[in-house]
Design a protein. Structure first.
Length: 121
């Protein structure tokens, strides 16, 4: 059974939402890897940093200011983390167990709010 094809602006909104979801997923994936790396290393791989900055630049074209601000905050945290002492495996385990660290939570919540707003258009 074929699904009806959305028309006009509804189809456009669906496409826009899918595009943003993909972009936000890419940012979350890249930033998560960088943050994990920052916890155990002193220096970042420059290409990985360039990648997250490129994703933020893409967000500037289609995303709201609050989403961009939250993304920039995540990247700042990553930079700050590289300058802190490296964590041992035991410290990482304790950190994860305490749920004290979730650098992407505010970004994810802002993205969810923005995507919900797209649904209501």
């Amino acid at each position: 059974m074929a699904h009806p094809v959305p028309s006009g602006s509804r189809q456009s909104a669906i496409g826009e939402k899918a595009r943003r979801q993909k972009l936000y997923k890419q940012f979350i994936d890249e930033a998560s890897k960088l943050y994990a790396d920052a916890l155990v290393h002193d220096q970042a791989e420059v290409s990985a940093l360039v990648s997250v900055y490129a994703l933020i630049s893409r967000m500037r074209v289609i995303s709201s200011s609050p989403v961009i601000e939250k993304a920039e905050t995540v990247v700042q945290l990553i930079f700050d983390t590289y300058s802190t002492p490296n964590k041992t495996f035991s410290e990482l385990r304790d950190l994860m167990s305490s749920h004290a660290v979730n650098p992407l939570r505010a970004f994810s919540e802002e993205c969810r709010a923005e995507l919900r707003a797209l649904n209501s258009r």
